[in-house]
Design a protein around this ligand. Structure first.
Ligand code: ZN
Ligand code: ZN
Length: 217
């Protein structure tokens, strides 16, 4: 069935807002009790309880990028719900090292769970939990940042690459504003009705951002 935005209503997406930086951890489900968990950044117990209350199992963890506010609860949630962890290798390289701390909020390196690893690659398609998505590499905020594109549902998970009305900062470890501009150009090619779900703050659409977001013009 098509919804008003022209997407297909096959995926349900719920948000658990976690941590001092109010990261949007997304729980995506299709028609069965398997879930994709995106960016379990902090407050593992909130995420675990969310999954338990809905009787869900985790099919895979998808990481938009490596920053500590997005990956720090991964190991603890993974302990309750073991599943493969997918992220871009250019961020996996440093995400679980002391390079990825931000005192006083994150003073130790995030733990990397002992799990099967899936390396995201640009343009590749993946199917987990009965949901198919593709990866759009969008470096600039971090070297291995990605957007996760559920084309059938016209949904784009943008991490810290694109926010409603703004974009990710480029002054942190591995950030590059020229590279980010090139990544944003790729996102401008997507259909206007594509709904975006950023790593912080409210959702929007590609069309809305092209009209009103300075960085998308
Ligand atoms: Zn970030
Ligand atoms: Zn963030």
């Amino acid at each position: 069935m098509r919804n008003a935005d022209g997407g297909l209503d096959t995926m349900k997406i719920e948000t658990v807002v976690v941590g001092d930086f109010a990261v949007n951890c997304f729980v995506c489900t299709g028609t069965d009790s398997q879930a994709l968990v995106i960016d379990p950044g902090e407050e593992a117990q909130l995420v675990v309880t969310h999954l338990q209350e809905r009787g869900l199992n985790v099919a895979a963890y998808l990481m938009t990028h490596g920053h500590c506010d997005h990956v720090s609860a991964l190991a603890a949630v993974h302990e309750a719900f073991p599943a493969p962890v997918a992220m871009h290798p250019a961020d996996r390289d440093w995400a679980f090292t002391t390079a990825n701390t931000l005192p006083p909020f994150f003073s130790t390196a995030p733990h990397q769970p002992d799990s099967e690893r899936i390396d995201f690659a640009d343009g590749e398609s993946y199917t987990h939990a009965g949901l198919t998505f593709s990866i759009i590499e969008t470096p600039g905020h971090t070297p291995g940042g990605v957007c996760i594109y559920f084309e059938q549902d016209a949904i784009l998970i943008t991490g810290d690459t694109l926010f409603a009305g703004s974009v990710g900062r480029t002054d942190l470890h591995g950030g590059d504003s020229r590279v980010l501009s090139a990544s944003l150009k790729k996102l401008q090619m997507l259909p206007d009705h594509t709904r975006i779900f950023p790593g912080h703050g409210p959702s929007s659409t590609i069309g809305q951002e092209k009209r009103t977001n300075f960085f998308m013009q």
